[in-house]
Design a protein around this ligand. Sequence first.
Ligand code: SAH
Ligand code: SF4
Length: 359
Amino acid sequence: MLKKINLLGFSLESLESFFSDLGEPKFRAKQLLSWIHQRGVTKFDLMTDFNKLLRKKLNSIAVIKPPKIHKEFLSDEGTKKFLIELDSGSMIEMVIIPEKSRTTLCVSSQAGCALQCTFCATGAQGFDQDLGSDEIIGQLWLANFMTKKLNPITNVVFMGMGEPLLNYDAVLESAKIMKNQCAYGLSRKRITISTSGIVPKIDKLSKDIDVSLAISLHAPDDNLRDEIVPINKKYPIKSLIKACEDYLKSFSNKKNITMEYVLIDGVNDSIDHAKKLSILLKDVSCKINLIPFNSFEGSSYKRPKNKQMNSFKKYLMGKGYITTLRTTRGNSVSAACGQLVGDLSNTIKGKNLINHRTI
Ligand code: SAH
Ligand code: SF4
């Protein structure tokens, strides 16, 4: 039997061509987007503005199938973490971070990651597979319709497992659904794609979609960045900064890039590093997000002392950079990056999940 096509990950354009192939009018695409992503309906038979014949046709060739929530965890600060099982059986994670004025969802774009940044739990697991657009948007769908969440998701960050710009087409398709008014209607400011610096894809992104961009910089010079973010050997800092400048120029509206910088004790956290960073970024319109290193089993890195992190921040603020630093444990978006899946494989090996309460 032919495998049914999963329409969950189809953007408006893709649905329009799907319906036109069926000989149906274009407006069906908007109707279907709204049923799936605004009302959470996955059964064609419940879509009352589709006639019987169309419902029958859809049932015979298509499905709307989100991935499965395997397990849900609640961390101390109210952050909810989810292990999601893909069709292939691979596990990924997503995180919901409720705050006063917004609820942020952190999504994964790949199971594992090939880029092996030395401070990252996902990198330590290696690459497993790319997610389909259905599996990426499926995380937002699950977060809005299938969890005991308090509020609808207002912001999405691609800061879970994987390098989004190495799964470009699926990430783009899912971001289009996030923005579409018949689906989630999230504005460009509420969707952030975080990348370790895949230079040619940064250029492409500026032409394809208007979302917010975050760069995982983590080091102010090539020597250090080559070591902790190995993709830097392929796309060195100079080319990355140039890509950021070009990216900013390509939009008529005023934009800022977020520069992410994981602070690791004794590795990249000295005032000398802060000084080099402030010089490096002087011509890039950006804000700096300092992230305390979140430790995981098997890593020898440590989080710097709060005093050191605050001095780093103060230096950059003194140079005029808008700089944020969240010192509360687990509350930072990236704190979960790859760590649940790592914990799970430890559980499978006979160890216990730590730091998370199952709910
Ligand atoms: N691959 C993309 C997006 C996923 S990682 C990227 O690298 O940008 C999302 C963010 O989490 C990145 O800034 C990454 O550097 C950070 N991160 C990864 N491991 C971390 C850890 N152990 N502690 C703190 N931040 C971490
Ligand atoms: Fe991959 Fe990002 Fe982790 Fe680096 S930090 S290994 S790019 S997920």
